[in-house]
Design a protein around this ligand. Sequence first.
Ligand SMILES: Cc1cc2nc3c(=O)[nH]c(=O)nc-3n(C[C@H](O)[C@H](O)[C@H](O)COP(=O)(O)OP(=O)(O)OC[C@H]3O[C@@H](n4cnc5c(N)ncnc54)[C@H](O)[C@@H]3O)c2cc1C
Length: 307
Amino acid sequence: MTYDLIIIGGGPAGITAGIYAARQKLNTLLITKDFGGQVARKAVAIENYPGFEEISGLDLIQKLEKHLRKQKIDIKRDEVVELKKTGLKFLVWTKSKNKFEAKAVIITSGSDPRPLEVPGEKKFIGKGVSYCSICDGPLFSNKTVAVIGGGNSGFETAIFLSKISPKIYILEAGPKVRADEVNQEIVRKIGKVEIITNALLKEIEGDRFVNSITYQDQKSKKIHTLKVEGVFVEIGSQPATSFVKGLVDFNERDEIKVEFETYQTKTPGLFAAGDVNIGRYKQIVTACGEGAKAALSVYDYLQKLKN
Ligand SMILES: Cc1cc2nc3c(=O)[nH]c(=O)nc-3n(C[C@H](O)[C@H](O)[C@H](O)COP(=O)(O)OP(=O)(O)OC[C@H]3O[C@@H](n4cnc5c(N)ncnc54)[C@H](O)[C@@H]3O)c2cc1C
């Protein structure tokens, strides 16, 4: 069977694209590794999604997923590993060796946490190294932990962890933290968060589980060791685009180039919405808006194909 549309990704952009596509009566398949995407990593409440003065990431995801599942749409939990176009058709292969066909595709695969790429990181994933405080934080109750990254995500992670951990370090490689003043203020009030700037992480050490980290002071060049049992990586994200090489152009940050009237890439019928594209303001509400616009563009594209 050939679908009208395949949507890759179940974050805010993909879910909204799914709702809009179903309402246009497009025969749609949404393939996603999980629901909610980065919203699931949100450690403190969301306060800038219109209609909800304050809502937790998990509550918002549940509401979005419930809304999507009310539509007439096929949904598969799987990972897309390859995307090709032959003639007017797109072919999509998944990790579980399924192959699907569609006349149009919207990529809404967002982004993944950027890894530290230091010795010990890979070895201790799931054994003290985490990229999601809200998922793994409870495993670190009463343990001293380090958060790597002094931006808003790092500070929000420290705020979340402060409810369960007795001591938290925030390590920032630059000379200044980059978090908003509001988050800095909260962290100052908490008291048990120690911020170390100019701290370049060098290694994560341990036996079966993490027991320390080593960093270099960028000014003095001295090496320091901290005894910690958890390391939360919050140094930004990278677009999840490994399956799409060839059909699209990328900018210098590996984001997919689109034109902003329709969200179409350089390949006719292939669209990209949300954090995965070159759009500058990466937020839940903008991802939803782009998902909606991309789905409506697909509808127009398919109408033109018919004629
Ligand atoms: C810690 C943190 C806090 C944030 N706080 C806020 C906030 O307070 N307010 C706000 O507006 N925004 C916030 N953001 C940003 C917001 O979460 C993102 O802008 C938004 O989630 C982007 O949505 P998206 O659908 O484009 O991508 P994502 O949310 O990244 O979703 C991508 C989806 O694609 C799936 N996927 C990826 N690759 C594949 C593949 N190969 N095959 C199948 N599925 C795949 C993923 O599993 C995921 O479901 C925050 C982000 C982070 C990380």
